[in-house]
Design a protein around this ligand. Structure first.
Ligand SMILES: NC(=O)c1ccc[n+]([C@@H]2O[C@H](COP(=O)([O-])OP(=O)(O)OC[C@H]3O[C@@H](n4cnc5c(N)ncnc54)[C@H](O)[C@@H]3O)[C@@H](O)[C@H]2O)c1
Length: 401
């Protein structure tokens, strides 16, 4: 019997509240209810929480009819979620997770109200993807129990949860919530409240470097995608992936990391992507992004230039899209560890589970050789000065060997 079974048969599974019944809140409520918790789902929009439960009930009924979830779960899970429009109706909870829109004053007011209405030991979690957990905890009574619980979309399917410590978060609450998340069948990783946390920070060069390679005229997007997919082992190339995510969404995440790092050159948005977004070429959802999409979703693009790919990969690093991307991914990852914002093991796990990278960047860097990566970055830094390619001290100081 695993922890999930224990939770689902225990009548004492503590109550959880989720505030905001949108995409993420509804998914998080489903996960908690699926693990046996009674859940309060709060949304200020009239009827929104009840509609989210109705949608879940209908979706689970369809899955049960197809034999993909047990009949009993299809009714028991939505039955455990109590929709409400006000936090005043929420009984005592062990954990409150807010998933309201990404707005600092709004989130802070939701956390403050939760702190005032709940016992002093209730854990207050934010699902923010880009705001600073320390800033969100400011002025909230008992900031030691405020932490980030960054679920990925769709929450019921994605295993990774980033557990984020703010300046005042107590280690005991982090341990408690990590165990809880694990009992929900998820894999928690821990990090400090650094811009982009682990995944949204370390993944930046996967997108940005491809855009630069195309801007420099080294290769076309279809060839770069082919190289990263077929030679790098990534499930999707950076251009097809950003077309799927939405170029506007990807640009907003990148811009947020850039702003929050004091406009560090490493994260500077590219002209290539800004132009796409300005032209309304947002990706699949708008029918065109880097590529064009037929009405049935079929991608329309040129064939990759395989002769060019063969010339670039394994050649001088300045002209090798794969080596450039890997060197920067490794650099981001070791820098995060060097700044003590996350452990090497958690960074590797997070990039595999949260971004579907075929290997963790630290283990990849060790395979390539951290000294080799450092030398590649020095050459790139000489070819393209400005700071984007500055090697992390951790590549050379032996701490990660
Ligand atoms: N969508 C994603 O892929 C994703 C992934 C990870 C994290 N996040 C983060 O999760 C959070 C929610 O994102 P989303 O995509 O689910 O948003 P959403 O717009 O789908 O849902 C937000 C919900 O919050 C409700 N709401 C607004 N103010 C409220 C209040 N004061 N009290 C209660 N409910 C309130 C809204 O009515 C809405 O139903 C954001 O911080 C976002 O950055 C989103």
């Amino acid at each position: 019997m695993d922890a999930r079974d224990t939770e689902s048969t225990s009548p004492a599974a503590p109550r959880v509240a989720v505030v905001g019944a949108g995409t993420m809140g509804a998914g998080i409520a489903q996960v908690a209810a699926g693990a046996g918790h009674e859940v309060s789902l709060v949304d200020v929009a009239p009827g929104a929480a009840a509609r989210a439960v109705d949608r879940l009930r209908a979706a689970l009924a369809r899955l049960a009819a197809e034999g993909r979830v047990p009949e009993a779960d299809a009714t028991a899970i939505p039955d455990r979620i109590r929709p409400t429009a006000s936090m005043a109706d929420v009984p005592e909870c062990t954990l409150v997770v807010e998933a309201v829109p990404e707005d600092l004053p709004l989130k802070r007011s939701v956390l403050t109200e939760a702190a005032e209405r709940q016992p002093a030991t209730t854990i207050l979690a934010t699902n923010t993807s880009s705001l600073d957990v320390s800033a969100l905890a400011e002025a909230v009574p008992g900031p030691e129990r405020v932490l980030g619980l960054h679920f990925f979309n769709p929450a019921p399917r994605m295993r990774l949860v980033e557990v984020v410590s703010g300046r005042d978060t107590s280690a005991a609450y982090v341990m408690h919530v990590s165990a809880l998340v694990r009992s929900w069948g998820k894999t928690p990783v821990h990090c400090a409240s650094t811009p982009g946390f682990i995944v949204n920070r370390v993944a930046r060069p996967f997108y940005g470097e491809a855009q630069r390679v195309v801007q420099e005229g080294l290769a076309d997007p279809a060839t770069v995608d082919w190289i990263l997919r077929e030679r790098g082992g990534f499930p999707m190339g950076p251009f097809e992936l950003t077309d799927l995510i939405g170029q506007d969404v990807n640009l907003a995440v990148g811009t947020s990391v850039w702003e929050r790092t004091g406009r560090d050159e490493r994260y500077a948005p590219t002209t290539f992507q800004r132009r796409l977004v300005a032209a309304g070429r947002l990706g699949r959802k708008s029918g065109a992004g880097v590529y064009r999409y037929a009405a049935d979703g079929t991608i329309e693009r040129e064939e990759p230039d395989l002769l060019l790919a063969a010339r670039l990969v394994g050649g001088p690093v300045e002209r090798d899209p794969l080596a450039r991307t890997l060197a920067l991914l490794v650099n981001e990852a070791v820098d995060l560890v060097h700044r003590a914002e996350a452990s090497a093991a958690d960074v590797d796990l997070a990039m595999q589970l949260g971004a579907s990278h075929p290997r963790g960047p630290i283990s990849w860097g060790r395979q390539i050789g951290l000294d080799v990566v450092a030398e590649q970055l020095r050459r790139l830094d000489a070819a393209f000065p400005g700071g984007r390619y500055r090697p992390s001290p951790a590549l050379s100081d032996g701490s990660l060997a």
